[in-house]
Design a protein. Structure first.
Ligand SMILES: Nc1ncnc2c1ncn2[C@@H]1O[C@H](COP(=O)(O)OP(=O)(O)OP(=O)(O)O)[C@@H](O)[C@H]1O
Ligand SMILES: Nc1ncnc2c1ncn2[C@@H]1O[C@H](COP(=O)(O)OP(=O)(O)OP(=O)(O)O)[C@@H](O)[C@H]1O
Ligand SMILES: [Mg+2]
Ligand SMILES: [Mg+2]
Lengths: 510, 320, 286, 320
């Protein structure tokens, strides 16, 4: 069934400051297909799509739409030709409400006098509500974007992209911040769109998603085109081999470490209303997973433990000592590290270099006299970059210029450089490719083997089940269940994760 | 129901913090000087004195919401005032000529600022600092360094006349410009886009908004309003003074920020700016009337600005 | 001094070039230099002493035959004057005496105190020696403000029935004076006169009083004899202004400087008198 | 190898764009006025004239890199100058007293600014606009509105003396302060944290940095340098002038931004600021020497600032 491709990109080349990131890349999309674009972090997927959208301009190469050559010099032109995109890095206008974000740049107007005509806010909210209702999303169209969670923001981005009546929709890691329930909603929409002839270019590092939704798959490696094939001709192992260039055994390698005494004991921790009376402990050499639905309060719990929220209450014992953590510095002194879930907001200083980001928490430790020794710093950072496989032209480059996955590696490198005893990871593999994910799991294994303890939040149930020794499940700010490794099952986790009313009842009796 | 009420109040408090501070300051001044300050004539007087800064602040508000800054407005006031006065001598040109000239010059300088920022990618602070300096020079060159006087009565009446014999036209202009600005900012598509480019320029560009075009228009609005303010000041002082308007930009920026617009762009409400402009005028008027010595006036004025915004911030934090 | 095309080059250091007085003064000095057949370069100190010091230092490096300076500050300018006399370059201060006047070769100008006294003497006469009055001051700390205000009080010592109810700075500026006067008029205090340190502020006060239709009750006075003030005096709106005899100052100063450069002696102080301008004599100055 | 070379050049061009612009402007002035401008005495003169603004700009640089702004430096210059001069009359206090007083007052005002911003959460523009106004008032009150004169020769020598009979001490101070600032910014852990809070305050806080503490220290540095500049200005003008330092903040900010520091914080290099301060001094000196009339000077000065930064931006874009 080879028809005229709706979109063809040929011989695309692109360099950033003389570093080649795309080398003669090609891509061919049929109408009404879901075409997965795969590759490791930094392979050039987002860059290729940004060229298609007119965000970047290619150094050379052609783009054909319906067989006719086109040039997009800005997103407006691309959108006018029926191409829309969900961007990998979420880009909401925080001080606007949801409906305004969805209709940004194409507001519903009352008059016809161009940009001076009145915005029909009511209509926009109404239309937004209709869009949400149609897919079953519960977000207020009038809510400020600032007040939404990461997951909700991503849903809004998704709705925004599919509400533009586009013929080609690019989805660059649309599911990095949402859980399975919302993924299902997305896939349902994708299927509907496919039926109506819309082509979808789908980028994700989640293998299960690819094989459940993609019709065909193009693979890039290090900025080179590797292959393009029907999804039915491939399987997970073959695909991974194409992407990584070698075989990967075992996605969740489980290192057995000796589990020792309790290193952290959390008593009655609350950060109302998001976290309520949480009790648990963490042992030496243990990987403790925290599962739950989006908004369960997992992030707030670990942030509170880390000293981010001044109004948090409760007591914390580290190695049997009662410690007071009032600010993040206290947590760091107690050898706790927090790898946050939102690298752009809380994890990185995007306009600083990779090097500066990696050493920022460890400066006092590396240079106790307050004076930086460049040689020593370079040495330490070089080691980290090799250890965590950060792909970059130079450690002096701004973190901003790294691919999403490589940014995540920088965050991890930064925190592990502090030599922590207790490592809290909030969605540590978000946006990371399979190879790198495996590297992180191996790393976690190494950490616990060396007698450290890991507290890992993940919204990917497979991941927590694959990695953790024990799982806590949270719902509405409380711990609703605890499972030992032998009892792990998806059903049980989901059961505990959806125990909603308990919280409410307690609130009323309080 | 109770919960809804609660939310409403919190929202109100959040947004109206500075309004409350403003009312408190008004009340204090009324108590301190019931016979002079609280007289209706004086209240109208305050409005009048707030007008020129208020008009500049309205333009500045667009710029700051879009994420920029405009230091050139004070110099625009001087140049347009000088040019307008030069074309307002009796028996030379019809009244419309100085008016149009002032507006067009303001608009043009705003356009220049906008182009330098949007296409030249020069930081707003630098472009408008540059035009601030240049335009001040042009004003001095045009006027040969001395005030331009001898304008027609009609010209004097532009700012000096009254509506219904009671409301100074200055106040009328301020109100009209406020209404137009509020309309554009809250109702029109253009306003949405100003917030969008200030809130997240990249996202705005990704959404197909022509960021450069909006940016240029924002500076043109500021320039236009400054041109109008220059015309009004020349009419009010019955002369075009090349050194006029010095540090007006600081007062305009202060009004906008006191009103709760963030320097980093993307947020803020028009009525905050109105309150900001009124607050500055009230402080000046109140201290003059209480006959506080000039030196102490500075100390008190500075302290009130800090305390007003501090109270605003703290009231927001408590209710947030 | 250094000769270029056989013509001596002189520098005029103005404190600033942004009002009628300084512009008139610098133009008058230029005209005087032309008459004397010498070259004159004008520098603008931008109301910043340290800038003016820098300009004098630069001029010393450039080999000027003599320096005429209208000081931006009476004390602050000392290092520049010292440097010039060390370098053997004649330096004359114009319009404004400096604290260490002995360091300069000569002073040509007026005494601000005298200007204030002349203005206030006429005020007293015009209001009949009693009533409430207000002062509009220049930037606090500026020499004109200090001198003229001192002059006011020198005269008022003898008139206990005159009460100064307001005394605020409007920084030489018309718009600030306008606002200030508007606010004073709100208080209901029955003023009989507003006395301004310069004409720019007097014009602002005039506008406020006219707007309030109180010109029959309140008289306005200024200093500088700017063109607009003279016009207002002629129309009987402004009661009086005081001229600093700018042209006379310029002529005498340039003359003294050239003489000094040529090795001749001049008196160390050449005082040019102020002139009171009222409706009676205004025609002579327009 | 070739590739590496390439990268190095690009990096250099990127960072040194403004240096090239500066050199070009120097060259033009040297050609236009070889006998006057290019003389060593005049070049030393330019350095001297750049010193006070350069010192203020160094402090301002810390503030702007941290994501703030400090409008109060001009008023601090006035107040510390007045106070220092008041304690420098012959036969009253040892020389160290006015020096210490100037520095301590500057430091204290900086601390106040920092606390208002860090703990009061008041926008930097408002806090420092408030202190700018207040401190100007205090300077006038302390000096009773008149310049303070009659200082000792020793006091005059603080800024007026020479090192080795050739290098003005003003220049020496500027160089020393530049070296210290450059060291703190690039070598000290503290400097890294200043960049971090300017780049992303939230992520800095998550990284265990005491954001409030760093913020306060940054304003204290700016205040300290401003206090020192006030002392130097008083010594240079042999008097404490309460109206001194007006709009010095604009020149200091301009120097920093011309030097490539972004107003939004988190980036910038110390030598850019040095070039910025020198560029401003060179323009002023060059135009005076070329005998450009003062009104035209304003126009040219404004234009050069815009064009210099435009060329800098464009050279970066080309090589990016
Ligand atoms: N603006 C930029 N400046 C410099 N280098 C860049 C820029 N944008 C991307 N790169 C580099 O280009 C390469 C490709 O990046 P890209 O974001 O396209 O990767 P990706 O395949 O989307 O990776 P990921 O799966 O991590 O999102 C990376 O090495 C990245 O560092
Ligand atoms: N109303 C809000 N205002 C500001 N930030 C918020 C708000 N709600 C959530 N966030 C932030 O967004 C992030 C993700 O929120 P999310 O809804 O995922 O909550 P969560 O409780 O962390 O859920 P999860 O259990 O999935 O981690 C958190 O860092 C949280 O602090
Ligand atoms: Mg990507
Ligand atoms: Mg979370």
């Amino acid at each position: 069934m080879v028809s005229v491709p709706i979109l063809e990109m040929k011989n695309i080349n692109k360099s950033f400051s003389s570093v080649k990131v795309l080398n003669d890349v090609q891509l061919s999309i049929q109408p009404g297909e879901v075409h997965a674009l795969m590759g490791e972090n930094g392979a050039g997927k987002s860059t290729l799509m940004n060229i298609l959208m007119g965000v970047h301009s290619a150094d050379s190469g052609e783009i054909y739409l319906d067989g006719a050559k086109i040039v997009n010099s800005n997103p407006k032109e691309a959108m006018a030709k029926g191409i829309s995109m969900i961007h990998q890095e979420l880009n909401p206008v925080l001080d606007m409400d949801v409906s305004e974000n969805i209709f940004l740049g194409r507001e519903i107007k009352k008059g016809t006098s161009g940009i001076l005509s009145i915005v029909n806010k009511k209509q926009m909210r109404h239309e937004t509500q209709k869009l949400f209702d149609a897919v079953g999303i519960d977000i207020q169209p009038s809510a400020l974007m600032r007040d939404l969670s990461v997951a909700q923001s991503q849903l809004v981005e998704i709705i925004k992209a599919i509400s533009i009546s586009a013929r080609i929709i690019i989805m660059d890691e649309p599911t990095s911040a949402i859980t399975e329930k919302e993924v299902d909603i997305l896939f349902e929409q994708i299927r509907k769109l496919r039926e109506s002839g819309v082509a979808i270019i789908y980028i994700s590092h989640k293998m299960e998603e690819i094989f459940s939704i993609a019709d065909s798959i193009t693979v890039l490696r290090d900025g080179q085109f590797v292959s393009s094939d029907n999804a039915s001709n491939l399987n997970k192992d073959k695909l991974i081999k194409l992407m990584v260039g070698r075989e990967l055994t075992e996605i969740f390698p489980k290192t057995e470490a000796e589990i020792g005494e309790v290193v952290m004991e959390v008593n009655n921790y609350s950060f109302k209303p998001k976290v309520r009376n949480v009790n648990f402990n963490l042992r030496r050499g243990e990987i403790l997973g925290i599962a739950g639905l989006v908004g369960a309060g997992r992030s707030e719990l670990v942030e509170a433990l880390f000293g981010v929220h001044k109004s948090a209450e409760g007591s914390l014992f580290i190695n049997g000592q009662d410690v007071k953590i009032r600010q993040t510095g206290d947590a760091i002194k107690n050898k706790i590290a927090l790898i946050t879930e939102d690298r752009k907001q809380t994890g990185l200083n995007l306009i600083a270099s990779i090097e500066d980001n990696i050493t920022i928490v460890s400066l006092d430790k590396l240079f106790p006299r307050g004076v930086i020794n460049r040689h020593k710093e370079d040495e330490v950072v070089d080691k980290s970059i090799v250890k965590f496989g950060v792909k970059a032209a130079s450690k002096k480059n701004k973190v901003q210029s790294l691919s999403g996955g490589n940014q995540q590696k920088v965050v991890i490198a930064k925190w592990l450089l502090t030599d922590p005893q207790i490592i809290i990871m909030d969605e540590p593999t978000r946006g990371i490719d399979v190879g790198a994910k495996r590297d992180i799991y191996l790393l976690i294994g190494e950490l616990v083997k060396a007698g450290k303890s890991v507290l890992m939040i993940s919204s990917e149930i497979q991941e927590v089940m694959g990695v953790a020794d024990r799982i806590l499940v949270m719902a509405e700010g409380r711990i609703t269940g605890e499972l030992e490794r032998k009892d792990f099952s998806q059903e049980k986790i989901m059961h505990y994760a959806s125990q909603f009313n308990r919280g409410k009842e307690d609130e009323e009796t309080e | 129901m109770k919960k809804l009420n609660n939310i409403m109040n919190v929202q109100l408090m959040r947004e109206l913090g500075i309004v409350i501070v403003f009312v408190v300051i008004l009340a204090i001044l009324m108590i301190l000087s019931p016979n002079a300050f609280a007289r209706p004539a004086n209240l109208m007087n305050i409005f009048k004195q707030a007008s020129i800064n208020g008009i500049l602040a309205m333009g500045m508000m667009f710029v700051i919401i879009s994420g920029g800054i405009d230091l050139s407005v004070g110099s625009i006031v001087a140049l347009t005032g000088v040019v307008a006065a030069s074309f307002a001598h009796p028996g030379e040109y019809p009244l419309i000529v100085p008016i149009i000239l002032a507006l067009v010059i303001g608009l043009f300088i705003g356009w220049f600022n906008g182009v330098g920022i949007a296409y030249g990618n020069i930081p707003p602070f630098i472009v408008t600092l540059g035009t601030m300096t240049m335009i001040r020079g042009v004003a001095l060159i045009v006027s040969k360094g001395a005030p331009v006087f001898g304008v027609t009565d009609a010209f004097e009446n532009i700012a000096g006349a009254f509506l219904f014999d009671t409301i100074p036209l200055l106040v009328v202009y301020f109100i009209v410009i406020t209404i137009v600005s509020a309309y554009i900012l809250t109702k029109a598509v253009f306003g949405r886009r100003v917030y969008a480019i200030g809130g997240n320029e990249i996202s705005a560009a990704f959404s197909g908004i022509k960021v450069e075009k909006i940016r240029i228009m924002v500076y043109m609005i500021s320039g236009l309003f400054a041109g109008f303010a220059g015309l009004l000041l020349a009419s009010r002082t019955v002369s075009g003074i090349p050194t006029a308007g010095q540090s007006y930009e600081l007062d305009a920026i202060a009004a906008v920020i006191i009103g709760g617009v963030s320097m980093s762009g993307g947020s803020g409400r028009w009525y905050g700016t109105v309150i900001g402009a009124l607050l500055i005028a009230v402080i000046g008027n109140g201290l003059d009337i209480l006959n506080v010595s000039s030196h102490y006036q500075l100390v008190i004025k500075g302290a009130i600005i800090i305390v007003a915004v501090l109270l605003d911030v703290k009231s927001k934090e408590r209710t947030a | 001094g250094q000769q270029e095309n056989g013509v001596d080059k002189y520098a005029l250091m103005m404190s600033h070039m942004t009002n009628s007085f300084t512009i008139t003064l610098s133009n008058a000095v230029k005209a005087a230099a032309e008459d004397l057949g010498v070259e004159l370069v004008v520098f603008d100190g931008g109301q910043d002493v340290s800038k003016q010091i820098s300009q004098v230092e630069s001029a010393i490096n450039q080999g000027y035959a003599g320096i005429l300076i209208e000081p931006a500050s009476v004390d602050g300018i000392k290092p520049a004057v010292t440097a010039a006399s060390k370098a053997g370059i004649p330096i004359v201060t114009i319009n404004q005496k400096i604290t260490n006047q002995e360091l300069a070769d000569a002073f040509v100008g007026v005494e601000h105190v005298e200007g204030g006294e002349i203005e206030m003497k006429y005020v007293v006469e015009a209001i009949g020696g009693k009533g409430k009055i207000a002062f509009l001051l220049g930037p606090l700390g500026s020499d004109g403000q200090i001198g003229r205000t001192t002059g006011y009080y020198n005269i008022l010592e003898d008139y206990p029935d005159i009460e100064v109810v307001y005394e605020q700075s409007a920084n030489w500026r018309t718009d600030e004076a306008l606002k200030l006067a508007e606010n004073w008029l709100q208080t209901g205090v029955e003023l009989v006169a507003i006395v301004a340190n310069n004409d720019g502020m007097a014009m602002g006060a005039l506008k406020a009083v006219e707007d309030a239709k109180m010109l029959d009750k309140i008289k306005i006075f200024g200093v500088d004899a700017t063109d607009d003030a003279l016009a207002a005096v002629a129309e009987g709106r402004l009661s009086a202004t005081v001229s600093q005899s700018t042209e006379a100052q310029a002529l005498a100063a340039m003359d003294a400087l050239v003489k000094l450069a040529n090795g001749e002696d001049v008196p160390s102080e050449i005082i040019v008198g102020h002139t009171l301008i009222t409706k009676e004599n205004v025609a002579d100055f327009q």
